[in-house]
Design a protein around this ligand. Structure first.
Ligand code: NAP
Length: 309
């Protein structure tokens, strides 16, 4: 593959940014990659493991002359980071973010993007429960979706270049409007995380009365919940605070379904339960057919393999 941007600046050096770096190296997609993270500890780790060609001690230094700037910090920090880098952005440069929520990011970042700089919000639907500069790997985005959410009036050439960049990183891309994005992600990602957090929280309560048995006998279903519930607390706090409307809407629907199943169990309505579980099984089959998961008994979750987020 060939170089797509001369200079790329990664702001935030966690799972997503480090995976982007390794995928860029794999494909030879950037002439030079600079990086910046707020803590010295993260910058030190990045230098030690060779994450970025240059790790800078300020965001200003990292973004100077960059053609592509990637905002890879928690959603709640996007606005402040954009404000800090705005004066140093090169005219004609493109800023993308990788936040899991899009309306809040458009609102908080958009106003700081200077005239003549392009802003193309993106959401790679790939992740793991790990975080930090040493958690990334080159194949994280392979065959995963990256949703592109261009603001109204976005420059078409800049958007197409960003799409081509994500495809070169290994992703499939699709454009979405902002409200639709936040609703879809509430269903496929945000609510499942909330349910996992709740389920593990309930089990933790139970553990106190049942003396460790929850851990000792943890079955595959529960273990899957614990994996999801181990995700980064800052990231997920910000996701729920910034995608409030869509998650509350979907949570309302979820609660209604749960009550319907509860009633079916109480009244012994086996047909209702059987039909329901038959429908959900078909969804699982279509996900496998779409190549978004494997049929392996461990759900294909070998160490380090990316999950849709
Ligand atoms: P991560 O591994 O936790 O890394 C976050 C980075 O942001 C770190 O470099 C951290 O700096 C920096 N940071 C944290 N709080 C900050 C603040 N208040 N101001 C400035 N910088 C701050 O996170 P990640 O998983 O890469 O997630 C980054 C973005 O990608 C988030 O917006 C998330 O919603 C989105 N996303 C994540 C996933 C996923 O599964 N993880 C999937 C898709 C999209 P220090 O290390 O110096 O603290």
């Amino acid at each position: 593959m060939s170089k797509m941007y001369d200079k790329v600046a990664l702001i935030g050096l966690g799972l997503i940014a480090s995976s982007m770096f390794w995928a860029m190296k794999r494909g030879g997609l950037a002439g030079e990659v600079t990086g910046y993270a707020r803590s010295e500890n993260t910058r030190d780790i990045a230098r030690r493991i060779g994450l970025c060609d240059t790790v800078c001690d300020s965001a200003e230094e990292a973004v100077r002359d960059a053609d592509l700037i990637v905002l890879a910090v928690p959603v709640g920090a996007m606005g402040a980071v954009s404000e800090a880098i705005a004066p140093y952005l090169k005219p004609g440069a493109t800023v993308i973010d990788v936040g899991s929520v899009k309306a809040a990011v458009l609102d908080s970042v958009g106003p700081y993007i200077p005239e003549g700089v392009h802003f193309v919000p993106c959401h790679p639907m790939a992740g793991t429960e790990h975080s930090g500069p040493d958690s990334g790997f080159a194949s994280l985005f392979d065959n995963r979706w990256c949703l592109i959410v261009p603001p109204e009036g976005a420059d078409e050439t800049a958007v197409e270049r960003v799409e081509a960049y994500w495809r070169a990183l290994g992703s499939n891309t699709e454009r979405m409007d902002v409200e639709h994005h936040d609703l879809v992600c509430a269903v496929v990602s945000h609510i499942p995380h909330l349910i996992a957090y709740t389920m593990v929280g309930v089990a933790d309560d139970l553990r106190r009365v049942s003396d460790q048995e929850v851990i000792k006998f943890s079955a595959a279903g529960f273990r899957d919940f614990t994996r999801i519930a181990a995700s980064d607390p800052t990231m997920w706090r910000d996701v729920f605070l910034s995608n409030k409307d869509a998650t509350l809407e979907m949570l309302g629907r979820f609660t209604e379904e749960l009550f319907a199943l509860q009633r079916a169990i109480r009244t012994g309505d086996g047909d209702e339960l059987f039909d329901y579980f038959t429908r959900t099984r078909a969804i699982r089959r279509s996900i496998i057919e779409a190549g978004q998961d494997t049929d392996a008994p461990d759900f294909g979750r070998v160490a380090g393999k990316g999950e849709a987020k």
